[in-house]
Design a protein around this ligand. Structure first.
Ligand SMILES: [Zn+2]
Length: 94
């Protein structure tokens, strides 16, 4: 099946993905979710049937099979302000 992103020549392939969603203020991670993934741009399609099973899993709230650390992304500019005057990673602070 050809990718439906305009201009992308890729084809979808069956794969198992990790899908993370935010639900009622919590981050929930599903692993081994069957999906179609474009071999060129990486665009992901999940079927309505699988989507329904994910919603059912969320609502039935079973014991998780594992837990995962969650990291807050911090924009790079904050590091540059803290590290003013340092070089070493190819950047020069002004
Ligand atoms: Zn694509």
């Amino acid at each position: 099946m050809k990718c439906n992103i305009p201009g992308c020549p890729g084809e979808y392939e069956d794969d198992l993905i990790v899908d993370a969603v935010e639900h009622e203020g919590r981050i929930i991670v599903f692993k081994d979710v069957p999906a179609k993934v474009c071999d060129t741009c990486g665009y992901v399609l999940i079927s309505w049937e699988v989507e329904g099973q994910l919603v059912h899993l969320l609502e039935s709230n079973p014991m998780p099979v594992a837990t995962a650390p969650v990291y807050q992304f911090v924009p790079q500019q904050l590091y540059e302000l803290v590290g003013a005057g340092r070089t070493g990673n190819g950047r020069t602070a002004k």
